[in-house]
Each structure stands twice: as C-alpha cells, then as structure tokens.
Design a protein around this ligand. Sequence first.
Ligand code: NAD
Length: 701
Amino acid sequence: MSDFVKFSTEDTVGIITIDNPPVNVLSSDVCEQIERCLDTIASNAAIEAAVLIGAGRSFVAGADINELANASGAGRTLVPKLGHLLGKLETLNKPAIAALHGSALGGGLELAMAAHYRVAAPGTKLGQPEVNLGLIPGGQGTQRLPRLVGLAKAVEMCISGAPIDSGEAKDLGLIDQIIDGDLLAGSIAFAKKMSAQNGAHPKVSELSTKLGTPSENAVILDAGRKQAVKLRRKMFAPLAALEALEAATVLPFEEGCKKEGELFRQCLASSQSKALIHAFFGEREVAKVPDVRSDTPALPIKKVGVVGAGTMGSGIAMAFANSALPVLLKEVDPIALERGMTRIRTNYENSVKRGRITAEEMAQRLALIQPRSDYEDFNDLDLIVEAVFESLDVKKQIFAELDKIAKPECVFATNTSVLDIDTIAQSASRPEMVVGLHFFNPANVMRLLEIVRGKRTSKTVLATALSLAKSLHKVGVVVGNCFGFVGNRMLLPYIREAIFLVQEGTTPERVDRVLYDWGMAMGIFAVCDVIGIEVLIHIFEQDKTSDKPSHRVPGILEKLYQSGRLGQKTGAGWYRYKQDHKPVPDSEILAWIESSAKESGLQRRDISDEEILDRCTHALINEGARILEEGYALRSVDIDIVYLTGYGFPAYRGGPMFYADTLGLANVYARVLEFQKMHGSRWEPAPRLRQLAEEGRTFSS
Ligand code: NAD
C-alpha cells in the first residue's frame, strides 16, 4: 500500500500529515492509514494531542470521487470506512485538532468536524459541495454542520454547495481560531494549550445549542425547500440534504447518521448523480487530445487583439480583460465601436452593482481594453481573434490584412459559428497558426470554448488554445472543422424538428414548456429568438443538408423573417417581448402556423409531451452519433460537455450522448426508426447509432 499519510511527533504532539497529491482526496487507503496513526497516538502515553494536517496546497479537497463512482467495488466501502474513522477521531482520548489550509471541502470538512477543534490559515475555503455531484454529505456532515453553524447556514451551504472562507467560518463557530504565520507551528501550540485545559474536549456530535426549536426550524426548512427548487431545479440531492439536515434537529446523532446514510445511498444510486459525476470527469477528459501530448509547449499569450466590436467582439474582449490580459479592440464602424465600448462599460457597471466585482476591479479591467479604429500596435500581439460579420469574404480579407501586420508567431483565431476554418486559413500565409475559437454569447459569461482544429492547425496552436481556455476559466473542447462544428451542427436538426412539431400540431410555448420542464435552461423557440431569426435563416441556407425535401425547414420561419419578427432584438420573433425580455406567446403566430400547415396539406394533430421531448432530444442524439462517426468529436463525452457548458443542457442528465446511454441505445435506435417511418429521410439513423445499438453497447464505451 502506498504511503498517503505520514506520522511524526513534535515534542508531545502527534502529527498526522495527509499527503495524497494533488489535493489530498480521502480514499479508503487514506482513511485506513489515518486510523492507524490515531491508534498509535491513543496508545502512546508520551503523546498528549493530535494534529491532523494536509501536505501541499490543501487540507483535503473531498472524498475520492473515482472510488465513490465505482459503486460495484471500493465505492461500497469508502463511506463506511470514513464513518468508522470519524467515530475514532471524535472519541480519541486526547485532543484532536484539524489544521486547515487551501480547501477543506466535502469529506475534508467532515473529517475536520469530527476533530475536537479546528484551526485554519487565512483564506481557507470550507464547504459541502456534494450537491454539485448530485450527492449529499455522506460522512456525517449533515449531522455535525448544523450543530456547529446552526441549521440556516447549514441549509444554505448544502444547497448552494458554495464554500465559505475561514473568516466567516470563525464568526460562525465552524473553526476555533485563525492561525497567521506557520500553520503547523501554530496548530501545535494550540494543541498544547487545549491539552493543558481540564475537562473533556468538545465532541460536535454532542452539541445541541445551535439546533433551534421546531418552529424556528420549520421556517428555515420551508425556505430551504423553496430555494432548492429555484436554484437546483428538478434535482433530488438538495431535497435529500434538507431531509438529512432536518433529521439532525429531531433525531439523536446516531439515528441522524443512519438517515443520512440512507439518503446518501439513494443519491449515489440515482441517474442524476451518475450524470453529474460523468460531467465532472468529462470536463477534465476533454482537455486531453490524443495526438497532442500534454507536454506540448503552449505559446505565451500576453497581449491580444479582437477584430469587430459587435455582440461577440465586446464579450470576448471582456473575457480576456477578466483574466488580466490587455486587449486591443478594433472596429471599422466608429458608431459600432462606441456602442461596443458602452456595452462593455455598462456590463461592468452592472457587475459592480450586483457586488460581483469592486469599482476598482472594474476600472482595472476597463483600462485593459483599448479601442482602435485601425491596426495600430497589432504588430506586437500574441493572439488575434476575429469576430466580424459571418461572411467568408469579409473574414478572408481580414486574415489577409492581419497576415501582413502581425508578427509570425501570432496565433490567428476566428469566432465563426459555421464557416470553413480551412478556407479562412488559406488567406493567411500561416495556416498552421490559424484555429477556430468559438466563443458563446455572452462570451464573458459562457464557459464553453469550441476549439476548431483546421487541417493545418499546428499542435502547438492547439496546446495554446487549450491553455488559453483554462486561463480564461473556460472549458476548451477541441472539435473538427465541419459545418457548425459540434454544437451548432447538432442545433440545426433540433431546431428544425421543433419547427416541424409546431407545424404538425403543437405550439412554440408547449414545446418550450416540455423542454424547460425536462431541465433545459431555455426552450428552443426562446433560444431561436435570442440567436435572431435572420441569423438562423442564413445558417439554414448555407447548410447543404437543408436542400433535401424531408429536411426543408417549414416556411413559417421565412414568414417571421419577412414580417420583421427577428427575435428579442425587434421585440418579436416566435414570441413577443416587453422590456423584461420575458417571452409572451402570440396568437398571430398560431394563426400563421395553422395556415402554413394548410399550405403544406398537413392535418394538424394532437402531439404528446413524450413525442415532443423524444423528437427534440433524439434529433440531437442522432446528429451527435453522426459527428462521432465522422470523427468531428473525439469522444462522446466531448459532445456532452459542449451541450452542458454551451447549450443549457441539464447537467443532471449528463449531456445528450450520456442521456442516450441511460435510455439504452437499442431503445433510442428503435425510436429513431419510428420517426423515420413517420417523417422520412431526415430521420435516417446514424450508422454509428445502429451499430452500437445492435452490439448492445453505449456511446461511452
Ligand atoms: P455583430 O454584427 O454584432 O458584430 C460584428 C462587428 O464586426 C460589427 O460591429 C462590424 O462593424 C464589425 N466589422 C465588420 N467588418 C470589420 C472589419 N473589417 N474590421 C473590424 N470590424 C469589422 O456580430 P456578432 O454577433 O458579434 O458575430 C460576430 C461573429 O461571431 C460572427 O462570425 C458570428 O457568426 C460569430 N458568433 C456569433 C454568436 C452570437 O450569438 N451572436 C455566437 C458565436 C459566434
């Protein structure tokens, strides 16, 4: 067994150092080894106290998710082992002090709460983030946390999953002291002081003063339920956490732990938690590109340029400035430049008003963005992102211009949504330096960055793009150069199917309600209104598959365009909009839908919610399977991460391909065949889907 825990003594204090890099996660082995150290301390009369501390950058960042996820093997033993360790720690016959720094999260905080005392370095983060994985604290955290911080704060921490810092933790009583200076030395001194005190050392499981009265708790739990439904729509784990926290207020500690254990196991077995764990590992997996070694050197990106100060250009400039990168923002149209800079300023002002950044940070970020009406100083940039109109000719012209000005090692990126990267790259003498950096709107907020790999894009440039994504706090997913790449290519059949559904018998608001209730961040018609109807028409026109008769988009979209209903920006699209941007259903649309159906000789019919959902989701899945087959996505998880981080797909469903796996590919394939029978060739099953279904396999496999 490797040595993950080290034992030493300093004077009369036993020191247990958890050393399981990079972040000291608690595995079964770690738990067992800590227990052995506790046994040594308990039986050695020369030791008067124990200090539990983490090596490296953190105390303990959580339980080992790999082990938890492996429910068939070690996953079944980790939680009981942790429980056993916590019992031993709390009943140690000498004072036990948890010395925290970096992160004390999840199992890490649970371990600390079983000690008699907690001290922390300034800036330590303490929290119970299990809800982010569809779980609840399973190491007695729901029973100890309310005893230390009170029910209301415990509810907030378990539902939001957000950590608090050591200052707040001290005020709340979650820790006993903040240690400035050397943490170990301070902890040893603290341990000796506690050891010198007479009387028993506090066991958190025996505290009850903060547990509140039944009537107080009823109000807190009720508010918590409302918050959970709002913040964590459709999720089981936050409600389970509330139930476990409630148990802490009404049951003896041991009984409460049993209840927590039952609820934890239910969460762990749920499809929601499996999906969220898939997404957690997926975000790490996508950074690995098989033929780009992880030690491929990335080019230093210190100064960047953005061409085009429209919706995307201004957002992209903010994304860079938010990561302290200086940006030159170039625009041909002086009015558009003024508008772009105003948009940036207003955006930052709103962030200050909401308390997300300070006025000083706003000033710093604004100072990093310099407007330009020409290419002055563009000769000294490391990266230039083009974000002008979606026109191949304009983009080619810009790349040819930049090629003459920029230094040879400058990376050229285009933010195109669908255009061919290779054609754009040809207009520069450095096609190996050209890459697609497909940001999502709003670019300063959305986490997804599709990194589009052209035929000639060099591995160095890909490594640079992946490293840039990380420094922008985004998730970079490398995708191939096909029409619409991964995200938008899948969006087209999804939108097309939704429009067919309304023509055949339902309404935009019904489709959107079904999708929203299922967990999508927005209904697809509301999404269309954000994208803009003219943009969609333009994209459909360029999409070669749209020419086939079975694929042809119903004429209703063109009708919207011709009547100037371009979406949110014109106050009307599929919906009507007032100041608050809330979509309001419009009877005019229904009349158009009915007449469009009549023109196509369609008898409108009643369409079930199930059909609406299946046609929308299966359109995504079938196209995803095709993308995989053609090699434009490296793995099915890459497609999942694109949809989870860029398209509002519900995280607890794990992305379209993972969702298909949970349905069973044989079922998905059968459903696609049914749709093909009803609607013709646009539902032709992707060969990869058929193959995997017939072999009884999954996309993940
Ligand atoms: P936009 O119309 O808001 O902005 C484009 C800007 O580019 C305009 O202000 C225009 O004046 C400027 N411009 C044109 N030629 C220029 C030149 N030679 N030099 C400098 N500036 C020039 O468009 P947008 O929505 O920001 O889209 C820009 C690009 O991003 C497009 O390729 C689009 O497909 C892509 N994109 C858009 C979105 C979105 O949701 N809007 C999302 C992802 C990608």
